[in-house]
Design a protein around this ligand. Structure first.
Ligand code: CP3
Length: 344
């Protein structure tokens, strides 16, 4: 036995009989205690910027379930907010932002090094968590990948096909590239500050990587991730990094090697058997139970959970969902998933 935390051992490349487990959006609306704290904070953004309450909601799923890792409670859209874009959330719909469609819009953004005052409460949340988490629980920091964050900044909202961002990429490449560069720089600085505050690993969420094909995937998903990882590794050599190029499909193959990521997180559009053969050969993988099982539960949840654990049993694996848990999930199904994983 070693004192090194279970999640960090998986990221080191260790194969474990029972994989570490945590869940995307584990602090979220499916939990009554989250809804109560969010109401106390006022709204979602106020909760993100209230260090005490953000730490509290981060800890809630750890207390309830004893996950092997806690993920900082914040949002990928805090970087645009800190760069000076307007950001608000419409209940039941999602985020809204001011849009960037031309060089004047880009030029109105602040430089990356001017955002830390605005983000100071997030760094404080990390410091509180590194003091208060149980000694066996790892602390994960995170940011959005430049492409995913850019899709929201260009369209001013979530879009089904990221159309406005693809359009800017072809029609005004100088604006698009300038925005990608600013976001890459901002992400490096932001993640670096989270690590200095106590994050033990960081995850880069590229939720819309799947809409980038061929050369565009290489240029706008793989390359920025590689750049961010190289800069972080130079500054914080021992800190492992998880990359999540969601719905990358074949793009998952070789992604860890090409970017320097220590772990690739998988969505549930790829089978665990396929990913074990093509992705886990290069190192740790994370995933990938469909989050719909957290709503439906039952034997199907048990069977699918076992199948994933078994498919990844011969290499380093972190058990997780393929995407965030949804507000209509049943907290008891989360317990059933954890019990099934730990009964291996
Ligand atoms: O995983 C965690 O528990 C950590 C916290 C976290 C949140 N968002 C909290 C949140 C993380 C890691 C994120 C990442 C995030 N945010 C992503 C990438 C991952 C993904 O889901 O694809 C994206 C695209 C966003 C942007 C965002 N934030 C959207 C589109 C929405 C609205 C959709 C929704 O679920 O309502 C949010 C809001 C948000 N971020 C909530 C939470 C808990 C729900 C807000 C609420 O309480 O009302």
């Amino acid at each position: 036995m070693t004192d090194r935390k279970k999640l960090l051992r998986a990221l080191d490349g260790e194969t474990q009989k029972v994989p570490p487990i945590w869940m995307m959006r584990q602090a979220g609306r499916y939990l009554p205690e989250y809804r109560a704290t969010r109401a106390q904070a006022g709204d979602f953004l106020s909760l993100c910027y209230n260090s005490e309450l953000a730490a509290e909601v981060t800890l809630q799923p750890i207390r309830r379930y004893g996950f092997d890792a806690a993920i900082l409670f914040a949002d990928i859209l805090l970087i645009p907010d800190a760069l000076g874009a307007d950001l608000w959330f419409v209940t039941g719909e999602g985020p809204r932002l001011s849009t960037i469609t031309d060089m004047a819009g880009f030029n109105a953004l602040k430089p990356a090094d001017a955002m830390h005052d605005h983000l100071a409460p997030v760094y404080e949340t990390v410091r509180i968590l590194s003091r208060e988490l149980p000694s066996e629980t790892a602390l994960i920091g995170f940011a959005g990948a430049p492409w995913t964050v850019a899709t929201y900044m260009i369209a001013g909202r979530g879009t089904p096909d990221q159309g406005p961002a693809h359009k800017l990429m072809t029609e005004a490449p100088e604006v698009f590239d300038a925005l990608m560069d600013r976001l890459t720089e901002a992400t490096i600085a932001y993640l670096s500050m989270q690590i200095e505050a106590g994050a033990e690993t960081v995850k880069i969420f590229d939720s819309w990587a799947g809409s980038l094909k061929g050369e565009a995937f290489t240029k706008y998903a793989l390359e920025p991730t590689k750049k961010i990882i190289a800069a972080l590794k130079a500054k914080h050599p021992g800190v492992p990094i998880i990359a999540f190029p969601r719905e990358a499909g074949d793009g998952y193959i070789g992604f860890a090697k090409a970017t320097g990521a220590d772990c690739v997180a998988l969505d549930n559009s790829v089978s665990a058997a396929w990913a074990a053969e093509h992705v886990q050969v290069d190192g740790c993988v994370q995933g990938n139970l469909a989050s719909s099982h957290m709503v439906t539960g039952g034997q199907a949840l048990i069977d699918e959970t076992r199948e994933i654990v078994q498919a990844f049993a011969n290499g380093p694996h972190i058990f997780n969902l393929g995407h965030g848990i949804t507000p209509d999930a049943d907290p008891e199904n989360v317990q059933l998933m954890i019990d099934t994983v730990r009964a291996q």
